[in-house]
Design a protein. Structure first.
Length: 282
């Protein structure tokens, strides 16, 4: 008997969910739906409303390969090549971390910080903003899109990561500089604001299986996770104009030590929310 050349989406979805569950994927059904959306070209609501829709042999083959990779805990963003951040879709490759939802808080705090009510200034001011350790460029690009008059620079030490930053700059057709630099060391200008989502995981911290597929250079930050923040604040001794605001992401238990590091370089905490701490000169 010849093998079937098609498969109902409902049958595929149930089988895929079972396979991913067996592999220990906590978001099995959601991931299966996302992959199904990508390959079928149909949105989730349509798929769920049309369980008898038949997938072609070519679609089934593509989905099988994706399921095999996802079963190895490879992040779904790497399989898709895109991820969402602050309602926008960004290009992602294994050279960079997938931007986390908690990092969106940094954009919210930035906008609040620069609002007229908070500063007596307008959001149209041409702020000089650096996304330090840009990776995909999601933070800096989002800052530019939310504050169009700002001048944004994306900075990363890793040339492969910076390629992804540049791809996203091109995707959104923005006028943004990309600089390969060890934090601020090779930059040639001063900035009003630093957005810093630097590697902050302690070297001996147990990370999940999916994170093992992400670049270690973008995850680990020394014995207590804060080595790069120490280096960053030390580098501020060399700049002519001290940044007005530095927004940093770290684990909540690290915040007290991060605040101490900043204080030793003349910066005080002015606000804090979940993973993000905002500093300003004393």
């Amino acid at each position: 008997m010849p093998k079937p050349t098609t498969l109902r989406v409902d049958d595929w979805l149930n089988a895929a969910t079972t396979q991913l569950n067996s592999a220990g994927i906590g978001t099995a059904r959601l991931d299966a739906l996302i992959l199904l959306e990508d390959i079928s070209g149909k949105d989730r609501a349509w798929i769920l409303a049309n369980p008898d829709y038949e997938l072609s042999t070519a679609q089934i083959s593509k989905l099988k390969k994706l399921l095999t990779e996802r079963s190895k805990h490879i992040p779904i963003a790497y399989l898709r090549g895109v991820t969402e951040f602050y309602t926008r879709e960004f290009i992602i490759t294994p050279a960079v971390l997938e931007p986390r939802p908690e990092s969106e808080t940094m954009i919210d705090l930035l906008k609040k910080l620069l609002s007229a009510d908070k500063m007596g200034a307008t959001q149209s001011k041409q702020w000089k903003i650096a996304d330090v350790g840009s990776g995909s460029g999601a933070l800096g690009i989002t800052a530019k899109l939310e504050l169009p008059e700002s001048h944004v620079t994306l900075i990363d030490i890793d040339s492969e990561a910076l390629k992804v930053s540049k791809m996203n700059v091109d995707k959104f057709t923005l006028d943004i500089f990309c600089v390969e630099s060890d934090l601020l060391h090779q930059t040639a200008q001063d900035f009003d604001i630093l957005l810093c989502n630097l590697p902050y995981v302690p070297d001996d911290y147990h990370i999940n299986t999916a994170a093992l597929h992400e670049p270690r250079i973008a995850i680990f930050g020394g014995s207590d996770g804060l080595d790069l923040y120490r280096t960053l604040f030390n580098q501020l001794k060399m700049v002519v104009q001290q940044p007005l605001y530095i927004l940093c992401e770290a684990l909540p238990p690290q915040h007290a030590d991060l605040i101490s590091i900043a204080a030793s370089h003349g910066y005080e905490r002015i606000s804090q929310d979940d993973f993000i701490v905002v500093f300003s000169p004393n």
